[in-house]
Design a protein around this ligand. Structure first.
Ligand code: RUQ
Ligand code: CUA
Length: 623
């Protein structure tokens, strides 16, 4: 049997040290023969025959790699890495003009929580949103191309860890803050923490046609830390919930000082009412944001006490309850929206904090679920049968329990220390109940060693029987925080970028290729096709770019091979420049030719038998 962590005594120390023991996989059926047959059955479940496709996309955060990882479920094959907050030479993301501008000079981001756009509480497969905890940014990925569509930096925030989550029709993408900071991050001594520091939540809108973000309004909250949030559904559709910690206002040694109080809070916000307030001008302008201060504009924001230092909070698929995971308290607390609404209606408030009425715990709580020995609950996922699945970071397991009764029906060890898990369609109003993937923080001895730092791991759990079954595990790069798993039928990808003669800087016929000079700016309007570059068809050498030292060079390149998967690359030797054009795509790079000389250009993406011939020269004439 797997050995459990020593219990409650050193709970905090245990959480931090994440002490785990080595794997002992003998907990399955006993005897070699039955183990063999169980392995075979499991292998068949994850095996996707050659030529066939997985049923689900798992869209996973890449953490501090700033990327999105795309996996197929159940095979757990990694399909793609999509650069979001980080430049990527393979695709030229961050090299071409548009993506360079989006990245705004940053070379990394900390991507925690992907959120797929929703319609009626169901993933609609159109866009995916992502937060950058490190640099206060939000990004959208267009799921028709798996390209990052827009990135926006938020004012007044201190690390939007608790985002991104979407309301049930993607009216808003919610980004609550992690670190409280003074408004605009102006200088203010930590002695003034309670007064000057604030925890701001951003309510962001996304225009799906223009593919652009807009900051609708912000909510000024007390200088607590906000850990995770979720949006309501159906009856609770106008509400968002978020967990808080450090209601102690600790400014140093937080592992101890922010864990003093027995209770922190869940914050409950009615975004619809706040939207009305903003329309009625009930806000102050702060650094370009419409800021709602609950001390001045009362109502619509409430708090509920919850067991200390909660981590995740998840709304049930039917929208009637929200479940907070204890982290430092070994229990899940089930709250009822209906009871909360009742307390709000009756103005049954226990006290007020920062202008925010606090609802009495006893009147809103439905039950506490406390599986014996299960420690460090972090996050909850759901299936189609009314069960919840909680990851237990310290005791390294997943616990299955009935939402209606709190009855614990099954527990299964995972290796090791799971953070989130993701169920098939798990955050929607109708989860599929087929697969759960446990996103483990520590892999220890699961894979061939690659030195002192091991990969993270993802355990695939079959939910189809009464008992959960861990049937497979794969290593993963740092670091999957959260992932969402969506049925493949919901994602409709483009086969090629459509030919658009009106697209700025695009060229579709060889005769239209040209190199134009405007003062010391040189614009190349070129095409890439199998298996050549044509920069100026009328020139003696169509694949030559000749400029003068000091010129500013713009290379606009259109891939006119309107054929699935025929992508061309464009690399210039010694210039630290590479980008790609996918079928039908136009992209631009710009650079200053400050070095005189002769520099080969070549296609970096294998595209045909004559890919090696797809080349040219950049000649920079000395001044
Ligand atoms: S948090 S491991 Cu960054 Cu999602 Cu809970
Ligand atoms: Cu084009 Cu290789």
């Amino acid at each position: 049997m797997k050995k459990w962590i020593p219990a409650a005594s050193g709970l905090i120390a245990g959480f931090m040290a994440a002490t785990v023991f080595f794997a002992d996989f003998s907990s399955g059926p006993s005897g070699e023969a039955s183990k063999d047959s169980a392995n075979k059955t499991n292998a068949e479940k994850v095996y996707v025959p050659y030529g066939e496709l997985d049923d689900y996309y798992m869209l996973s955060s890449g953490g501090h790699s700033g990327q999105l990882f795309v996996y197929g479920v159940p095979s757990m094959r990694k399909i793609r890495t999509v650069p979001v907050f980080t430049p990527d030479p393979a695709t030229g993301y961050g090299f071409d003009d548009k993506s360079k501008e989006m990245l705004g000079g940053y070379t990394w981001g900390d991507f925690h929580h992907p959120a797929i756009s929703e319609t009626n509480g169901e993933y609609d497969g159109k866009f995916l949103f992502a937060n950058d905890v490190a640099n206060n940014r939000i990004a959208s990925v267009d799921l028709s191309t798996f390209h990052t569509a827009d990135i926006m930096e938020m004012p007044n925030m201190g690390g939007p860890h608790a985002g991104t989550f979407v309301t049930e029709n993607t009216e808003y993408i919610v980004m609550p803050t992690r670190f409280s900071v003074p408004m605009g991050k102006e200088y203010a001594s930590l002695d003034e923490f309670e007064d000057k520091y604030k925890g701001v939540t951003s309510m962001v809108k996304f225009d799906q046609d223009a593919k652009k973000f807009e900051l609708a309004y912000q909510i000024m909250l007390p200088p607590w830390s906000y850990d995770l949030s979720d949006a309501g559904k159906k009856v609770s559709g106008d509400w968002i919930v978020m967990t808080t910690y450090n209601t102690e206002f600790a400014t140093t040694n937080n592992e101890i000082n922010a864990s003093q109080n027995d209770r922190d809070y869940i914050v409950l916000i009615n975004w619809k009412e706040l939207e009305k307030k903003v329309a009625d001008g009930e806000y102050e302008e702060v650094n370009g944001a419409k800021m709602i201060d609950p001390r001045k504009h009362k109502g619509s924001i409430y708090a509920i006490p919850v067991a200390k230092s909660p981590h995740g909070v998840d709304v049930t698929p039917d929208g009637t309850r929200f479940i907070a995971s204890g982290k430092l308290a070994p229990l899940m607390t089930v709250f009822s929206f209906e009871k909360a609404f009742e307390s709000i209606k009756n103005e049954d408030f226990a006290e007020e904090k920062f202008g925010i009425p606090v609802l009495p715990y006893d009147k809103v709580v439905e039950r506490e679920v406390d599986p014996p020995g299960a420690l460090g609950p972090l996050h909850t996922q759901f299936d189609d049968q009314g069960y919840a699945y909680n990851t237990m970071f310290i005791s390294s397991e997943v616990v299955k329990w009935k939402v209606d009764t709190g009855e614990v029906v099954d527990r299964v060890p995972v290796h090791y220390s799971p953070g989130h898990s993701t169920a098939a369609e798990g955050d929607t109003a109708s989860p599929d109940g087929k697969w759960l993937i446990s996103l483990n923080k520590i892999a220890k001895d699961n894979f061939l060693s690659v030195g002192p730092s091991h990969p993270e791991s993802m355990d695939l759990i079959d939910l189809s029987g009464d008992k959960m079954e861990v049937i497979y595990t794969v290593p993963v790069d740092p670091e999957p925080h959260y992932a969402q798993t969506i049925h493949r039928d919901k994602i409709k990808t483009l086969k090629i970028y459509e030919k658009d003669e009106k697209r700025k800087n695009s060229v579709w016929n060889q005769e239209d290729t040209r190199i134009e000079r405007k003062g010391n700016e040189v614009h190349v309007y070129g095409i890439a096709m199998r298996s050549k570059f044509i920069f100026d068809a009328k020139a003696e050498r169509a694949d030559e770019i000749k400029v003068k030292q000091g010129d500013k060079v713009y290379i606009h390149l259109t891939n006119i091979d309107l054929d699935q998967d025929i992508t061309h690359g464009f690399g210039i030797m010694d210039h630290d420049l590479n980008y790609e054009v996918q079928p039908g795509q136009t992209s631009t790079i710009e650079f200053t030719a400050d070095r005189a000389g002769t520099f080969p250009i070549y296609c970096t993406n294998f595209c045909s038998a004559l890919h090696q011939e797809m080349s040219g020269y950049l000649l920079v004439e000395p001044k």
